[in-house]
Design a protein around this ligand. Sequence first.
Ligand code: MC0
Length: 152
Amino acid sequence: MSNTPDRAVPFSGLTRLDHVGIACRDLDASIEFYRSTYGFEVEHEEVNEEQGVREAMLRINGTDDGGATCLQLLEPTRPDSPVAKFLDRNGEGVHHIAFGTSDVAASAEGIGERGVRVLDERPRRGTAGSRIVFLHPKDCGGVLTELVQGAG
Ligand code: MC0
């Protein structure tokens, strides 16, 4: 009998890449770049004051579990926000990746038990009523990582 964990059943509950978050200084200009260069259209736009962002979701493809893979364009709404700090330090570019799950609290707990710092004690409100939790980039190979459970 092998002690190797069954890789077909991931403990994290993560099933897909939900979106890639991209920090930008001018949301409208960034939307226009992705529209005119790749043909991606905005599916949803909102301001999330808690996170300090104005954001747009651009759908790239749908999945058979009802999810989608998107680009999320993020413009800061205030200078002390995470995205504003990121832009000051790095300029425009990839800010985070987000994995989809059907139970964000359980996924965060399972991953936290592996020694990764979970930045949110409880899920916060994300795009379009989703529930989100962030993992510390220093525990994730330098990649700020979000877990997201869709509203539906
Ligand atoms: C910071 N660091 C990053 C990073 N942000 N590394 C990779 N990717 C990022 N995006 C690194 C810094 O370079 C620094 O490294 C260290 O982490 C500490 O950064 P800091 O900014 O000086 O310090 P903190 O601790 O104040 O903030 C970092 C932290 C924060 C990741 C904890 O930004 C955070 O809590 N982020 C989660 C929330 C968030 O990002 N919200 C915006 C998206 P060195 O080596 O210099 O120490 S909201 C969103 O996306 C919603 C709307 C949604 O999807 O629905």
